[in-house]
Design a protein around this ligand. Structure first.
Ligand code: B12
Ligand code: SF4
Length: 441
């Protein structure tokens, strides 16, 4: 089959990231004998014409569209990405009315049913990771009910074929990134990603990652990961990348094995990773640095023990202070970033003030290596413990849709602990703390 895979347009001046999910799927589909093209609608300035020409020339039998993000998850940047996605689907249906349209991606998988209802152009929607479900669906599009993980339509209704086990990633072939032009994504460092595993066993109250990729770790063998990194260097001349895991340092043995393999093979690269931090010590810092890490990201999210408990964080107050001391002592050419939330369950004014104080202390004392120490609000997402808390504390009620139609609706989807107005007011005053972010969470 001719399969056209498209990254949905963001529709706003937001910088695109490498379409990793689509390249993973394209690799799998090509290995099972399909002809695949991948296009990121964010790269072509003349998007409409380009996609039209591609459809005419490639004559796809099926079109897949990835909805990566629903929105920015940032209160002060109210861009809604699913609205341009909906417009894009309409345009595609007009250009290729009889070609089946399939959606997928993390954004889609957070609101699959709702998006199927809002987007009548969609014939199918694939829930969660699709390495197994997409090839199976292409083999049996006339019987979607037999392929687990598929949303489909029947008799005017949206039906779901049922959940499936997440795919095995340890034996997966290396991702072929040549489906797109890698140089389109190298203007900013670290914009190409490498996966070391899927899943997260931690359970931070607000996070959709365990829902999207499960609570069990599915690890990729360190040697294969480093093969893939060497390929990035050899084939594309890339000198930096990000590890796009939940958190790189859990499980610790896996992360240290990857670092040791990078060091053993003397791979000359720099990379960024998100660290949980509960187990972060001088040894892990030194090993990661030697393996090429020059951008250490931490999202402790809260600073005080009470606020950390409210967010069900694994990292503890004393861990954050230890990390701070490690970066204060060191003088290597590295960057560090700390993300916190301004308002979260069980926090009061004192917790907020202590977090602010930590951010200012980091600004002054870590000025030799600090990229950012700042705060933001938490976007409430479905299927998270935070959503339950928000309902219980009447921050929201069940009638409020978590998939907003307007920036105003979006603004109401952020967590504010009841009775925390003063905190919010103070946050407004000090929001210069925000700085430039490298946030994903
Ligand atoms: C790493 C990451 C980043 C990195 C990317 C770095 C890089 N070099 O790639 C950075 C930090 C830059 C980033 C930025 C952002 N991110 Co981000 N990111 C992630 C993360 C952790 C992993 C994404 C990933 O690549 N996974 C690996 C690939 C293989 O998986 P995948 O893309 O999901 O693809 C699979 C399936 O989804 C499916 N699939 C994908 N596409 C398609 C298409 C079809 C047709 C089908 C059938 C299936 C399918 O099959 C694939 C294989 O199984 C996810 C969380 C998560 N667990 O998904 C958040 C996540 C995707 N990000 C999110 C957000 C919000 C953002 C930002 C908007 C944050 C911001 N304010 O800047 C930006 C947007 C950037 C952009 N231009 O798109 C949200 C999106 C959902 C939402 N709440 O809106 C997520 C889910 C995290 C969250 N907060 O919940 N991100
Ligand atoms: S915030 Fe990070 S560590 Fe916590 S559950 Fe999500 S991915 Fe895991």
């Amino acid at each position: 089959m001719n399969v056209l895979l498209l990254q949905s347009p963001l529709g706003y001046p937001y910088r695109p990231v490498f379409p990793h999910g689509l390249c993973v799927l394209a690799t799998v589909l090509q290995d099972s004998g399909h002809f695949v093209r991948v296009r990121d609608a964010n790269i072509d300035p003349d998007r409409g014409i380009h996609v039209q020409r591609l459809i005419e020339a490639f004559n796809p039998d099926v079109i897949g569209v990835s909805l990566r993000n629903i929105d920015t998850v940032r209160k002060n940047v109210p861009y809604l990405f699913h609205l341009p996605f909906m417009g894009f689907l309409t345009e595609l249906k007009r250009l290729a009315p009889v070609v089946p349209l399939i959606a997928g991606g993390p954004g889609f998988s957070i609101f699959p049913e709702e998006l199927m209802r809002r987007c009548p152009e969609l014939d199918f929607g694939l829930y969660l990771e699709a390495e197994d479900s997409l090839p199976q669906l292409l083999d049996g599009m006339d019987r979607p009910e037999t392929v687990p993980g598929v949303f489909y339509r029947s008799g005017g209704e949206v039906l779901f074929s049922g959940r499936r086990e997440p795919p095995e990633v340890s034996k997966r072939p290396p991702v072929d990134r040549s489906f797109v032009r890698v140089s389109d994504y190298t203007e900013f460092p670290y914009d190409v990603g490498v996966e070391t595993k899927r899943g997260c066993a931690l359970n931070c109250a607000y996070c959709s990652y365990p829902h999207l990729n499960g609570r069990q770790y599915r690890l990729r063998p360190p040697a294969r990961i480093v093969d893939e990194i060497e390929d990035l260097v050899d084939r594309y001349g890339l000198r930096n990348f990000s590890f796009i895991d939940s958190v790189f340092d859990v499980p610790r043995e896996h992360c240290t094995a990857i670092c040791r393999e990078l060091i053993r093979r003397k791979v000359d690269v720099n990379w960024l990773a998100w660290f949980n931090g509960a187990d972060f010590d001088e040894e892990l810092f030194g090993l990661s640095y030697e393996a090429g890490c020059d951008f250490f990201c931490f999202s402790p999210d809260a600073y005080t023990p009470k606020a950390l408990r409210g967010l069900k964080k694994h990292v503890r107050h004393k861990d954050i202070n230890r990390i701070y001391r490690i970066f204060r002592r060191q003088r290597l050419p590295v960057k560090v970033t700390f993300n916190f939330f301004a308002n979260s369950p069980e926090t009061g004014l004192l917790d907020f003030l202590r977090t602010i104080a930590f951010c200012y202390r980091a600004r002054f004392r870590l000025s030799h290596c600090l990229h950012r120490a700042g705060m933001d609000y938490i976007r409430i997402l479905p299927d998270t413990p935070l959503y339950e808390t928000a309902l219980r504390k009447q921050v929201l009620d069940e009638t409020v849709s978590l998939l907003p139609w307007t920036p105003e609706d979006f603004g109401r989807l952020f967590y504010h602990e009841p009775g925390s107005r003063l905190q919010d007011l103070l946050f407004k005053l000090v929001s210069g703390l925000q700085g430039r972010g490298y946030a994903r969470k």
